[in-house]
Design a protein around this ligand. Structure first.
Ligand code: ADP
Ligand code: ASP
Ligand code: MG
Length: 403
């Protein structure tokens, strides 16, 4: 007997037929003698529809009510899946966030699961039942409903696997695993059989939404191995686990991209100690996350240009803070939000010289201009014009032998 957490994403529960199909997957696991806790997302597109509804009322919709609204999508799928299992003569029951309860801390829309009550659910499991738990949500210590960030059902699944001491945590989705890049954008992308937490964390934080990054982070912290697999095929998925178990024959494991960045340049900034701190301190106080920073060499020893990137939806707020900042002097603010970040990731990069040069050469062969660069031990990211993203991913995918 194995205790399994099975998480089903939005597309996997996108229609009634698909929910019935998911019920059959669970039934099969139970017939093999396993115990199953199921975590479900809202039906595909539902969370976006709910966001649109809130915008029709106000673009500054009340944060508490926003979470009440958004959490409702998962309530629907919990009940439908439970009903589908009952129809198959199985013992199943849905639990809502406050009934378990799933306790969270942190602000609305960006809360974090800190604990769950296990007794009732464990008893139900031991009696042969299948508990169905809504992903993406919990309640705060005040009893308010919270959500835990987009794609958050992955994080719920990992938290449940940890708290209930599950043997496996399987992420069922609409692709058959983690690929070298998004298979829906680059058809020659290759499935990766095994990937380390570190690489998966880089890939997901750099845009591969197949796994939510905070879920990977928690899995890494508690050494919970994950498997990403398809709801629609029986093919073997991708195992995500610690690095010792992986043999690296390739220097680059995957290519990720995101289109939610923007670049800001301040020209004619004074070139003296303390200026960078004066620019970035108010941004950090306003919780704006600055990603890449480049300071040009000053030609006259007096002024310089500073370029940095922020999330695209924070670019106007950033500009306003810069304009209001009385502690800095500059000539102009130039803003470009038609940029994208393309990254190569691979634990094998540490031991392979020349990766940086090969990436830059490949982009220059495609006449793609690099606007900013950032590196870590196992990743190399560049900012380029958004229109060049597909061309860049294809080229990098090919030259690093991933096709
Ligand atoms: P779910 O609703 O099941 O959580 P998501 O839409 O969040 O599914 O994630 C699955 C999607 O992630 C795939 O359909 C695919 O387009 C996208 N994706 C992006 N990068 C990758 C990658 N490297 N490997 C696999 N899928 C990826
Ligand atoms: N339904 C939520 C979202 O769309 C959570 C999830 O699907 O993981 O972000
Ligand atoms: Mg997802």
């Amino acid at each position: 007997m194995v205790k399994k957490v099975l998480k089903f994403g939005g597309t996997s529960v996108g229609t009634v037929e698909r929910i019935q199909h998911v019920a059959n997957i669970i039934k099969k696991e139970i017939s093999l003698g396993n115990k199953v806790i199921a975590i479900v997302s809202a039906m595909a597109g539902k969370t976006n529809d709910l966001i649109k509804l809130s915008c029709e009322i106000s673009n500054e919709f009340n944060k508490r009510e926003f979470d009440v609204l958004l959490s409702s999508g998962e309530q629907v799928t919990c009940a439908l899946l439970s009903g589908a299992l009952i129809k198959l003569n199985m013992k199943a029951k849905s639990w809502l966030n406050w009934q378990i309860p799933i306790l969270t801390s942190g602000e609305h829309s960006n809360a974090r699961i800190i604990n769950m009550h296990v007794e009732k659910i464990n008893k139900y499991l031991n009696d042969g039942g299948v508990p169905i738990i809504p992903g993406f949500q919990g309640i705060s210590k005040n009893g308010d409903i919270t959500t835990i960030g987009r794609g958050g059902s992955d994080a719920t699944a990992v938290a449940v696997a940890k708290i209930f001491n599950a043997d496996t945590c399987e992420i069922y989705t609409d692709v058959d695993g983690v690929y070298s890049t998004d298979p829906n954008k680059i058809p020659v992308a290759k499935k990766i059989d095994k990937i380390s937490y570190d690489e998966m964390l880089e890939l997901s934080s750099l845009g591969a939404k197949v796994m939510q990054s905070s879920a990977v982070q928690t899995a890494m912290m508690y050494d919970i191995s994950l498997e990403v697999r398809s709801t629609f095929t029986e093919r073997k998925g991708t195992k995500i686990f610690s690095q010792e178990n992986i043999d690296y024959s390739k220097s680059v494991t995957g290519v990720a991209y995101s289109k939610d960045d923007a670049k800001i340049t301040l020209t004619g900034v004074q070139d003296k100690p303390g200026v960078a701190a004066n620019i970035f301190e108010p941004l950090s106080k306003a919780q704006i996350n600055v990603d890449m920073v480049i300071q040009n060499i000053s030609s006259d020893q007096k002024t310089t240009d500073i370029t940095f990137t922020v999330k695209r939806d924070e670019v106007f707020k950033t500009e306003q803070i810069l304009k209001d900042n009385k502690n800095i002097k500059y000539k102009k603010i130039i803003q470009n939000n038609k940029v994208a970040k393309v990254s190569i990731v691979g634990a094998g990069m540490v031991s392979t010289p020349g990766i940086t040069y090969r990436m830059f050469r490949a982009l220059s062969d495609e006449k793609i201009n690099i606007l900013a660069i950032s590196t870590s031990e196992i990743k190399l990211s560049v900012i380029i014009e958004e229109e060049n993203v597909l061309k860049a991913i294809k080229k990098l995918h090919t030259i690093f032998d991933l096709d």
